[in-house]
Design a protein around this ligand. Structure first.
Ligand SMILES: O=P(O)(O)OC[C@@]1(O)O[C@H](CO)[C@@H](O)[C@@H]1O
Length: 400
């Protein structure tokens, strides 16, 4: 994969003065992820699978590096090490907290897979270290409740649209990374109302032209991916889309991000269900088999950059879509840029480079946000200091 330009994250950019790139400043949310979530994740991975001694030793080495060391490049013999050398330019040899947060997180996940020999031929090749956690989530009772809720969907079409859009939106709270910090209980009680709501615009964009292709850029597996798949089925069934292209991650990433195996696991879960869940699953299987639901796992999906650096073939994909729907917090960070934007910065301005109409469905789990009204920001700042990262708030934003 070759992003349109190599990025070190240190080059000056016009946005830099107004919106500095997020790094792990002491006391920041980003720093807590680097100092707390990443070590906790290494421990969780180690407990989840009985890795042999050499893999456990590699995990120990990574733990030492992220807690006490500086960023070391991938071993030169690691498959795919080349691009990371180019992308890492000025970052190697520096503390993890001093480089762009998005780069540091992405590289952490890549190093974790290197430690576990995910890309090397041999018995551990292709073994998803997060699979045990994803499987437990998918088997959980929460999924049964979601399936039961499908049987109680409102009959009124606009109400049904809203219910399915909101299921996909709030499904983004199902992020396993969230459980790894601050007591590990997951996001707090969800807030009523959205901090920004362009839902009407989203449906209007889909209805403004003949049914075309919708790109749905997935985020987490299991309890988030299921309502995303249900939304994809709804877009196809209601003629809002002639085809849906579901963009997945190219390899395990940010703990619970969805890869192809996770889509198949969701379909297997629906096959074991009854009622609407089973019917939806059956339609999705047919859509996959006849090409109306297509899976893509572009290498850029795990690159440590924003979408403003996406390569031409991916941009062409999004350009040809009636609408691209970006799910989740990380995709939002990559869409608008992982920067400390003033929250009132118009969403359309931050996404002006995007090659087609784009929507974000996201719960707020990081410092980055755009497109809010000033009074709403003042209210949130005054009443709820952790509103940007608590996962209690959500938004639907559209730029078309
Ligand atoms: O993309 P998702 O699943 O909604 O969120 C991923 C996430 O939890 O990971 C980062 C911390 O690791 C946060 O910035 C972000 O909230």
């Amino acid at each position: 994969m070759t992003p349109s330009s190599p990025a070190t994250g240190t080059a000056a950019s016009p946005a830099e003065d107004r919106a500095p790139v997020v790094v792990g400043t002491p006391g920041s949310f980003a720093r807590s992820v680097l100092d707390e979530r990443h070590p906790a994740l290494l421990e969780r991975v180690r407990r989840a699978t009985p890795y042999p001694p050499e893999l456990r030793a590699a995990l120990d080495g990574l733990l030492e590096e992220v807690t006490e060391g500086v960023i070391e490049p991938l071993d030169g013999t690691e498959p795919g090490a080349g691009p990371w050398l180019a992308w890492g330019g000025g970052h190697y040899g520096r503390p993890w907290s001093e480089v762009p947060f998005l780069w540091a997180e992405s590289f952490f996940y890549r190093k974790l897979l290197a430690a576990l020999r995910y890309f090397r031929p041999g018995p551990w090749q292709g073994v998803d270290p997060f699979a045990p956690m994803k499987a437990a989530e998918l088997a959980g009772g929460g999924v049964d409740s979601e399936f039961a809720a499908l049987d109680r969907l409102p009959g009124d079409p606009p109400e049904r649209d809203r219910a399915l859009l909101h299921a996909a939106l709030w499904g983004n709270r199902a992020d396993l990374g969230f459980r790894l910090s601050a007591g590990g209980t997951g996001p707090g009680e969800r807030a009523t109302g959205l901090v920004a709501d362009d839902s009407a615009r989203l449906w209007a964009v889909l209805e403004a032209s003949a049914p075309g292709t919708v790109c749905l850029v997935a985020d987490n597996a299991g309890p988030e991916l299921l309502p995303d798949l249900v939304l994809a089925d709804h877009l196809l069934a209601t003629g809002r889309a002639a085809a849906v292209v579901l963009h997945l991650k190219a390899y395990p990433y940010y703990v619970s991000d969805a890869v192809t195996a996770d889509v198949l696991a969701c379909l297997a879960r629906t096959a074991a269900a009854s009622g609407r869940a089973a019917e939806t699953g059956e339609r999705l299987r047919r859509a996959l088999a006849d090409g109306r639901l297509e899976l893509r796992a572009h290498p850029f999906s795990c690159a440590p950059f924003g979408y403003d650096r996406m390569p031409g073939d991916l941009a062409a994909d999004f350009a040809s879509a009636t609408l691209t729907i970006m799910k989740g917090d990380l995709n939002y960070r990559r869409l608008v840029g992982d920067r400390h934007w003033p929250a009132e910065t118009p969403f359309a301005e931050a996404t002006a480079y995007f090659p087609g109409p784009v929507a974000a469905l996201r719960t707020l789990k990081s410092d980055v946000v755009t497109g809010l009204e000033a009074p709403a920001v003042e209210r949130l700042e005054a009443s709820e200091p952790g509103w940007r990262t608590s996962g209690r708030h959500a938004l639907v934003q559209v730029s078309a």
